[in-house]
Write a protein that binds this ligand. Structure first.
Ligand code: HEC
Length: 169
């Protein structure tokens, strides 16, 4: 083998090795980025409807107009006499209950609360049956305070549980 041929071979070998290492490094970076994204992005995507709902609420028009002859029941809260003590606010839907209170722990998984969207955490709990979930949500369980720390009626808590289950199906 001539001198120049062997140095070409040497160059080719080390060049391929460098290329190979760079490709392997890129694949490792890609895998790491995917696994980091799975935690944060997945969560953001799952909670997106909640986020959108709160944005919608914040940018809703401040004033609403009651129209004679139309169904104005949605405005009822606004027409209650000013200064009257508001009745203990009981959310009307499971979703409202969840966003007002339950999400404080269940959106992020505070103190080991099963996180919304964490199917692995919810599957065994859902498998216990709805009645057990209702009972535990109402009476409390471990770090889960009875009724999530509220004084809402049992029916409201059940709606909130139903809503949470629906987010984890
Ligand atoms: C202070 C934080 C906190 C709040 C607020 C909270 N939870 Fe929880 N929740 C937890 C924790 C922690 C657990 C896990 C308890 C355990 O398994 O030891 C849990 C578990 C649960 C479970 C599963 C029970 C089971 O049998 O496995 C349900 C259902 C539940 N919560 C519903 C609710 C509802 C509905 C609300 C709102 C009304 C709510 N939670 C508010 C912390 C909270």
């Amino acid at each position: 083998m001539s001198e120049s041929q062997s140095s070409d071979t040497q160059f080719f070998n080390s060049f391929s090795m460098v290329l190979g290492l760079l490709v392997a490094f890129a694949i490792v970076l890609f895998a790491v980025a995917r696994s980091m994204g799975a935690d944060s992005q997945g969560q953001a995507v799952l909670l997106e409807p909640l986020h959108l709902a709160s944005v919608q609420k914040n940018i809703a028009p401040f004033a609403q107009v009651a129209i004679a002859g139309k169904d104005n029941s949605a405005l009822a809260a606004l027409s209650s006499p000013a200064g009257a003590a508001p009745a203990v606010a009981v959310p009307a839907t499971g979703e409202l209950a969840f966003t007002q209170v339950c999400s404080a722990c269940h959106a992020t998984g505070v103190n080991g609360a099963p996180k919304v969207g964490d199917h692995a955490a919810w599957a065994p709990r859902i498998a216990q049956g709805k009645e057990t979930l209702y009972k535990d949500a109402i009476a409390g369980k471990g770090a889960m305070p009875p009724k999530g720390g509220t004084t809402w009626p049992d029916a409201t808590i059940r709606m909130a549980v139903d809503y949470m289950i629906s987010l984890n199906k």
